[in-house]
Design a protein around this ligand. Structure first.
Ligand SMILES: Cc1cc2nc3c(=O)[nH]c(=O)nc-3n(C[C@H](O)[C@H](O)[C@H](O)COP(=O)(O)OP(=O)(O)OC[C@H]3O[C@@H](n4cnc5c(N)ncnc54)[C@H](O)[C@@H]3O)c2cc1C
Length: 431
């Protein structure tokens, strides 16, 4: 377990005000830990309360097993191959865009074994810290968000797939102290007896957990209101007033808003939100889809990954959610049916009791993961502005890492030693 610094609300009572810019799961968690620290917190969000932030339709994994960053060896080759196929799990739509080209070049540069070796322990600490804090939040809210700590099964269709996972992800996880059990088909079936699985085996990660995101966000929002956090919904940030190395105010549709400290939590929009400050944060929106069956024909006890198809399956209360695909094609709200179909195909392949008819009429949801080129979030203070901090770029792990990101931001603003080593997460690393 990560040794998290305990924040005592009574310890430092600061009257400082903080403006959090962006009300997704990361912004909400920053608000929680900052308010607990004694800061006066306001959160601005361009959407209405209860709008669809990226976490809402996510797979809800809390996943310390995800220790390998997206930018890892082999991804350049896969990316180039998959680029030509809009049905592939990771699709980059070729286009003439200098930001995308720079991002792609930085991504390719990070796809090395050395980067995985450096990044994996940091991802582990962030994810384990996140899991630990979700357990605390579950206690505080009476488990309003259906946290389940039964682990996750990485299902593999083929013996080759299983062998690949056993020698790759499972080995790296074990080296980092994360329990990973390699199971054959019968052992896998014994762990999920209510479902017929067409698999060669699986890797079981007992430490992984899951929650129901559409219950977590309202539960945390309600808690924040009780704690005195002020919300400015339907308020868009479009600029900054800054001088002498400090931000004085954010310019918004509700007028200029001042604060002592500013925290940027705009998810995949963060880079654009910084326009005018002369700072650079390479980021691409990684679009993903999910489909939720309200009355599935059977229910699972654990979350699953359909490994060869990169699809996530999560039981959420009585419902069952299938999510996946990563599409780097900008913020375009069009739904690509061929990508949604890949999720339905994967479900039938691994869980053969499902038919295409089970998904008839199910409305696809989509969201934009904030994807940094090296697969690591940007958490820390930004150069040139002494009172501007960011927490964004969490890509596929934004739910898992949300509470620990909030805690780290609170620790930074309170002048404490951060619970996790932030050096690799420095938001100025591409400046
Ligand atoms: C299909 C799918 C499955 C996923 N599954 C998982 C999972 O199982 N586990 C996991 O850990 N992660 C998962 N993720 C990733 C996770 O959902 C994201 O990393 C996380 O939700 C990002 O949160 P965020 O708060 O940074 O961004 P967002 O939720 O995008 O929040 C940013 C907010 O900023 C607001 N904003 C933007 N511009 C402005 C502006 N100008 N003014 C004011 N407000 C603004 C937006 O409206 C938005 O509400 C998944 C993602 C997808 C798409």
């Amino acid at each position: 377990m990560v040794a998290l610094n305990r924040l005592k609300a009574s310890e430092i009572r600061s009257a400082k005000s903080v403006m959090i810019c962006g009300g997704g799961i990361i912004g909400l968690c920053c608000a929680y830990y900052l308010a607990r620290e004694g800061f006066r917190v306001t959160l601005l969000e361009r959407g209405a309360e209860g709008d669809d932030s990226c976490a809402h339709g996510s797979a809800g994994y809390i996943s310390p097993s995800h220790v390998i960053p997206l930018a890892s060896p082999g991804m350049v080759y896969k990316g180039l191959k998959w680029m030509l196929n809009s049905r592939s799990p990771f699709y980059i739509k070729p286009r003439l865009d200098t930001e995308l080209m720079r991002w792609a070049w930085l991504f390719a540069r990070s796809c090395t074994a050395a980067h995985t070796r450096r990044a994996a322990p940091v991802l582990r600490d962030l994810c384990l810290g996140g899991r630990q804090l979700f357990v605390e939040l579950s206690d505080i809210t009476g488990n309003a968000f259906e946290l389940k700590t039964e682990g996750l099964l990485n299902l593999c269709r083929t013996p080759e797939g299983l062998d690949h996972e056993a020698h790759g992800l499972a080995r790296i996880a074990q080296e980092l102290g994360i329990e990973a059990r390699v199971l054959n088909a019968a052992q896998t079936a014994a762990l999920e007896p209510g479902a017929r699985l067409a698999v060669a085996g699986s890797i079981y990660f007992p430490v992984d957990a899951h929650l129901t995101p559409r219950k977590f966000v309202p539960a945390l929002t309600a808690l924040l209101k009780e704690m005195g956090v002020k919300f400015l919904w339907n308020t868009s940030l479009y600029g900054w007033r800054a001088s002498s190395g400090r931000v004085a105010a954010v310019q918004t549709t509700a007028g200029d808003l001042t604060a002592d400290e500013f925290v940027l939590t705009g998810g995949s929009w963060s880079a654009g939100m910084m326009a005018g400050l002369g700072l650079r944060l390479p980021m691409q929106p990684g679009k993903g889809y999910s489909l939720t069956l309200e009355q599935p024909r059977f229910q699972l006890t654990k979350s699953l990954i359909l490994t060869e198809r990169r699809v996530a399956v999560t039981p959420m209360g009585r419902t069952l959610r299938f999510g996946g695909t990563m599409e780097i094609s900008g913020h375009h709200n069009a739904i690509r049916p061929e990508r949604v179909q890949q999720i339905v195909n994967a479900a039938q392949q691994f869980l053969p009791d499902f038919t295409a008819a089970d998904f008839d009429g199910v409305k696809p949801w989509f969201g934009y993961r904030p994807v940094s080129p090296d697969g690591l979030p940007y958490i820390g203070r930004l150069n040139n502005y002494g009172n501007l901090t960011t927490a964004c770029g969490h890509a596929m792990l934004g739910v898992t890492m949300a509470p620990i990101s909030g805690l780290l931001v609170a620790e930074l603003l309170a002048g404490r030693k951060p619970s996790v080593d932030l050096r690799l997460l420095n938001p100025n690393r591409y400046a």
